[in-house]
Design a protein around this ligand. Structure first.
Ligand SMILES: *[C@@H]1O[C@H](CO)[C@@H](O)[C@H](O)[C@H]1NC(C)=O
Ligand SMILES: *[C@@H]1O[C@H](CO)[C@@H](O)[C@H](O)[C@H]1NC(C)=O
Ligand SMILES: *[C@@H]1O[C@H](CO)[C@@H](O)[C@H](O)[C@H]1NC(C)=O
Ligand SMILES: *[C@@H]1O[C@H](CO)[C@@H](O)[C@H](O)[C@H]1NC(C)=O
Ligand SMILES: *[C@@H]1O[C@H](CO)[C@@H](O)[C@H](O)[C@H]1NC(C)=O
Length: 802
C-alpha cells in the first residue's frame, strides 16, 4: 500500500501542471489578474487596457474590463472609452557635440548629446532613448600630484624634483591647456600613527641613524594650487623635505579626500579633466583605523584646510571610508591614479573595484617612471567612456547597450574602451518603471560619463492614472446611489457589494455560489476566500496578497533564489516572476549586464568563455580568472604574452607604439640568463623574431594575480647563414659529392684495371712457359718425309724438304 502511495506521490510531483490553466494565464494576464479598477489594470502589464464604457460586457458570465486593447474593441468597447497609456520620450535639449576642447569658448564644449530629456513612463512598459558621447580633442587637463612624504619616499622626492618641466612637455603633446599642482601627506600626528614623544615633536627622525633630520609629521599639506607655471612646481618640490611616521600604513586617504573637496584651494577648473596622482609606497589607513588613536568621529566629507593650507581636522576625525572617497571623487569629476610600487599593486587594484574612476599603475621604487605612468594613465582614462547614473530612482530600471567604435552593439555594457580621442560612441538606454510612486512625486536622474563635467538630465513622470478617473461620480445613480462610479465600475461604500452595489455584505447568497467557482468541481474561491454576492472575497494572508476573480492568484508563490522572492529583481505575479529590466531567468537571478565579463583587452571573457548572468564561464580548458584572462595552457597563451615581451623588452611588435602596451601588459617581466623549464606551472614559449632569431620565455601565473614572464635578455641568434652561403654550400656539397663519387669510381676502375693487368701479365708470363703446350701453337717448321730411292748415286738417300 505504501509503495503504491509512494508511486502516486512521485507521479503527483512530477506531473506537469494542467495545460489549460497555464495556457489561460499566458494568454491573458490582464483578465486573470482580476483588476477591480483602471489603475490596477494598467499595473498588471503594459499591454493591458481598460474599458470605461458603462454598458460594456453586461450580461455575460466572464467579463473583465481589463484586457488587451484589441480584445476590448472586439468585445464591443468603443475606442474612446479604452484607457491605454504608453511610455513616451521627449528631448528637451540637444546641442551638437563639439569637436575641439581648447578653443575660444571653452564653456560651451559639449561631450554628451542630448543634454536634457523627459520621460513619461507607464510602469512595465519599456522604452528607450539613445545618447552619444565623444572624447573631445585637446581638452584642458588639471593634474594634482599628491605625494607621500614619509621617510621611505626620500629617493622618490629626489627623482621628481624636476618632474614639472618634463611632465608639462609630455602633457603638452596631448593638450594645449595643462595645469599642475602639488600636495603632500604623511599621517595623523598622533599616537600610534606617529612619534609623539617630546623629543620627536620638532624632528621625528631624531636619533634615527640613517637619516637624522626631517620635518614634523603632518596629515595633509596643500602646497601648490593648480597652475600653468610649471617652474613653480619645480621650485616647491625642491623645498620639500620628508617626514616620518611610526606605523607602516600612511594617512593618504585623508589627503585624497581633502584634495577632492577643497575645490577652491586646489583650483580645479570646471571645464577640465581632473587627474589626481597619488604616489605612495605603502598601504593606506582605512576608516575605523582612527579608533586606535581614539578618533571615533566619522569623516564628514568636508574641506578642512586652515590658513596654512594644512588639513586641520587630521586629529579630530577618522579616516574616510572608501564609499565616501568614491562619492566625493565622482562628485568632483576626479580621476584618481594610484601610482604605487609593485608590491601594492594587488591591494590598490582591489580598491579600484570599490572606487569608480580609479586606475592603478606600477611606480618604480624611486619614481623614475612617473611621467610615463601619468601619460599611460591619462591615455587610459581618455581611451574609455563609462556611464554612471546619479540619483537613480529605486523603481526605475535602466539597461544599457553600448555601441563602440566598431559599430557592434554590446548589450548590457555601459562602457567603451580602446577609443581614440575624437571617437564618438553611442549608448542605447532602455528604461522601465516598475511601479507607481506616491501621487505627485516626480523623479529625475542624471547620466554622466565618469570624469566628465557633461551630463544628461532625465526628468521622469509616470503614466499611472486613467483619464476616466478624473470624471468619477460619487453617490452615482448607476451604483444604487451608494457607490462611486469610476471608469465604468462601481466602488461601493463599505458593507455593499456587487457590480451595482446591489448586495449588502452578509446577505444569504448561497444561490450565487456557482459564480465563485473557477470550474465545475473546483473549490469555492480556490479555498482561499469567501463567496459573497457573486464575488470572491479573498482572505488576507500573512505571506502577501491573494487576488483574482477566484482568489487563484497571489504574489508570494514564485521562484526564489537564496530565499528571496524573484531574487529581489522582479515582481511575483500569480506564480510567475516578472523580472525587472536587466534581469532574466525564472527567478530573475540572472543579470544581463555584461560589463563585468569584459577583459582588459576589450574582449568578452578574453574570447575564452561565455558571459552567463554577468559572470564568465570559461570554456577554454585551463582558463581561469574573473574574465578568463589567465590561461597558461591555452594554445594562444604564448601568442598574447609574446606581444607583451615584444613591447616591454624590445619596444616592438603590434602594440609597441601605443599606450596599449602599458595597459594590457601588467605582468611582471623578469629577464634571466637561462630559462628554468622544469617548473610545472610555467609554460615555455618561443617565437621567431624578424631577424630570424628565436626568443624564449616562460609564462606562469602567480598567486598575487599578476602573471610572471621570465624571458631571456635577448633572442638567441645562431649566427644563421645567409642565402648565398647556403646556395654555395649546397652547390659545393653537390660538386664535392660528385667529385668524390668520380674519384671513387676512378679508384675502383683503376684497381680493377690494375688487377686485370696483373692478371694479364701473370697470364702472359705463364703463357710463355706454356707456349709449347699451347694446342693452338703451330710449329713454324713442318717436316714432311718423302720416300724416294735415288739409286743413281749408288746409295740410298733418305731426306725431306723443309
Ligand atoms: C583582492 O581581491 C581578491 C578577490 O576579490 C582577493 O582574493 C584578494 O585576496 C584581494 N587581495 C588583497 C591583497 O586584498
Ligand atoms: C535600443 O534598444 C531597444 C531594446 O532594448 C531596441 O528595441 C531599439 O531598437 C534599440 N535602438 C537602437 C537605435 O538600436
Ligand atoms: C453620498 O451619500 C452619503 C450617504 O449615503 C452621504 O453621507 C454623502 O454626503 C453623499 N455624498 C455626496 C457627495 O453627495
Ligand atoms: C539562479 O538560480 C538557479 C536556480 O536556483 C541556479 O541554478 C543558478 O545557479 C542561479 N544563478 C546564479 C547566477 O546565481
Ligand atoms: C593601438 O593599438 C590597437 C590594437 O592594439 C589598434 O587597434 C589601434 O589602432 C592603435 N592605435 C594607434 C593610435 O596606433
Amino acid at each position: 500500500f505504501s509503495i503504491i502511495g509512494l508511486i502516486c506521490y512521485v507521479f503527483a510531483i512530477t506531473a506537469p501542471p494542467p495545460p489549460a490553466q497555464t495556457a489561460f494565464w499566458s494568454l491573458n494576464m490582464c483578465m486573470s489578474g482580476s483588476a477591480t479598477s483602471c489603475e490596477e489594470c494598467l499595473l498588471i502589464h503594459p499591454s493591458c487596457a481598460w474599458c470605461a464604457q458603462e454598458d460594456f460586457g453586461r450580461g455575460r458570465t466572464l467579463t473583465s474590463r481589463c484586457d488587451f486593447s484589441q480584445n476590448l474593441q472586439k468585445r464591443g468597447c468603443a475606442a474612446r472609452f479604452i484607457e491605454y497609456p504608453t511610455s513616451s520620450i521627449s528631448i528637451l535639449q540637444n546641442r551638437p557635440l563639439s569637436s575641439k576642447g581648447s578653443g575660444s569658448t571653452q564653456y560651451d564644449v559639449v561631450q554628451i548629446m542630448p543634454q536634457k530629456i523627459s520621460l513619461s513612463l507607464r510602469p512595465g512598459d519599456q522604452t528607450w532613448f539613445g545618447l552619444q558621447v565623444r572624447q573631445v580633442e585637446d581638452y584642458p587637463v588639471d593634474l594634482y600630484y599628491l605625494m607621500d612624504l614619509s621617510l621611505s619616499m626620500k629617493d622618490d622626492l629626489d627623482t621628481i624634483r624636476n618632474l614639472g618641466t618634463k611632465l608639462a612637455q609630455e602633457m603638452g603633446k596631448l593638450t594645449s591647456n595643462f595645469r599642475l599642482g602639488f600636495g603632500s601627506f604623511v599621517d595623523k600626528n598622533m599616537s600610534p600613527f606617529s612619534y609623539t614623544a617630546p623629543k620627536y615633536q620638532e624632528n621625528p627622525c631624531n636619533g634615527y641613524k640613517l637619516f637624522p633630520n626631517c620635518v614634523p609629521t603632518f596629515g595633509f599639506r596643500h602646497i601648490l594650487s593648480l597652475t600653468d607655471k610649471v617652474d613653480r612646481f619645480n621650485e616647491e618640490v625642491q623645498k620639500q623635505m620628508v617626514s616620518r611616521n611610526r606605523d607602516a600604513p600612511e594617512g593618504g586617504f585623508d589627503a585624497i579626500l581633502q584634495a577632492a573637496v577643497c575645490k577652491d584651494e586646489i583650483g580645479w577648473r570646471k571645464e577640465a579633466y581632473h587627474l589626481l596622482v597619488f604616489a605612495t609606497d605603502d598601504v593606506p589607513h582605512l576608516a575605523l583605523d582612527g579608533r586606535l588613536g581614539g578618533l571615533v568621529q566619522p569623516h564628514d566629507g568636508m574641506c578642512h584646510l586652515n590658513d596654512k593650507n594644512e588639513y586641520s581636522a587630521s586629529t579630530k576625525m577618522d579616516y574616510p571610508s572608501l564609499a565616501l572617497l568614491g562619492e566625493k571623487l565622482a562628485e568632483n569629476n576626479i580621476f584618481l591614479i594610484f601610482a604605487v610600487t609593485k608590491r601594492l599593486y594587488v591591494i590598490y587594484k582591489n580598491f579600484t573595484a570599490l572606487i569608480p574612476g580609479t586606475t592603478v599603475e606600477i611606480l618604480d621604487q624611486d619614481s623614475k617612471n612617473v611621467i610615463q605612468l601619468i601619460i599611460t594613465a591619462y591615455n587610459n582614462i581618455r581611451s574609455k567612456v563609462e556611464l554612471t547614473v546619479w540619483d537613480h530612482p529605486e523603481d526605475i530600471s535602466l539597461s544599457f547597450t553600448a555601441t563602440c567604435q566598431d559599430g557592434k552593439p554590446l548589450p548590457g555594457l555601459r562602457k567603451c574602451a580602446d577609443l581614440k580621442i575624437g571617437d564618438t560612441v553611442s549608448f542605447n538606454v532602455s528604461v522601465e518603471a516598475r511601479s507607481c510612486p506616491p501621487r505627485g512625486t516626480d523623479q529625475s536622474f542624471t547620466i554622466k560619463p565618469v570624469g566628465f563635467k557633461d551630463r544628461l538630465e532625465v526628468a521622469v513622470d509616470y503614466q499611472c492614472d486613467c483619464g476616466c478617473s478624473r470624471i468619477a461620480q460619487t453617490n452615482s445613480s448607476i451604483c444604487s446611489s451608494i457607490g462611486t462610479y469610476n471608469c465604468g465600475t462601481c466602488q461601493c461604500e463599505p458593507g455593499y457589494l456587487g457590480a451595482r452595489c446591489e448586495c449588502q455584505e452578509g446577505e444569504a447568497s448561497s444561490m450565487h455560489l456557482s459564480a465563485c467557482r473557477e470550474a465545475e468541481g473546483k473549490q469555492i474561491c480556490s479555498g482561499r476566500g469567501e463567496c459573497s454576492c457573486n464575488q470572491c472575497l479573498c482572505y488576507e494572508s500573512e505571506f502577501g496578497k491573494i487576488y483574482g476573480s477566484f482568489c487563484e492568484c497571489d504574489d508570494f508563490s514564485c521562484a526564489r533564489h537564496k530565499g528571496i522572492l524573484c531574487s529581489g529583481h522582479g515582481e511575483c505575479h500569480c506564480g510567475e516572476c516578472k523580472c525587472h529590466a536587466g534581469y532574466i531567468g525564472d527567478n530573475c537571478n540572472c543579470s544581463t549586464e555584461t560589463s563585468s565579463c569584459i577583459s582588459d583587452d576589450g574582449q568578452m571573457c578574453s574570447g575564452r568563455g561565455n558571459c552567463v548572468c554577468g559572470r564568465c564561464q570559461c570554456t577554454e580548458p585551463g582558463a581561469f580568472g574573473d574574465t578568463c584572462e589567465k590561461c597558461p595552457t591555452c594554445p594562444d597563451a604564448c601568442g598574447t604574452k609574446r606581444e607583451c615581451i615584444e613591447c616591454r623588452l624590445f619596444n616592438s611588435g603590434r602594440i609597441a607604439d601605443n599606450q596599449t602596451c602599458q595597459r594590457l601588459c601588467k605582468d611582471e617581466i623578469i629577464t634571466v640568463e637561462t630559462l628554468k623549464t622544469d617548473d610545472p606551472g610555467a609554460v615555455l614559449c618561443l617565437y621567431k623574431t624578424d631577424n630570424d632569431c628565436v626568443m624564449k620565455f616562460t609564462y606562469s601565473e602567480h598567486v598575487s594575480g599578476l602573471s610572471i614572464l621570465a624571458a631571456l635578455q635577448e633572442p638567441e641568434c645562431g649566427g644563421g647563414p645567409d642565402a648565398l652561403t647556403v646556395l654555395l654550400a649546397v652547390v659545393g656539397s653537390i660538386l664535392l659529392v660528385g667529385v668524390v663519387l668520380l674519384a671513387v669510381w676512378k679508384l675502383v676502375i683503376t684497381i680493377h684495371d690494375r688487377r686485370e693487368f696483373a692478371r694479364f701479365q701473370s697470364a702472359r708470363s705463364r703463357a710463355r712457359y706454356e707456349m709449347a703446350s699451347n694446342p693452338l701453337y703451330k710449329q713454324p717448321v713442318s717436316t714432311h718425309f718423302v720416300e724416294t730411292d735415288f739409286n743413281m748415286y749408288g746409295k740410298s738417300y733418305n731426306g725431306g724438304v723443309h
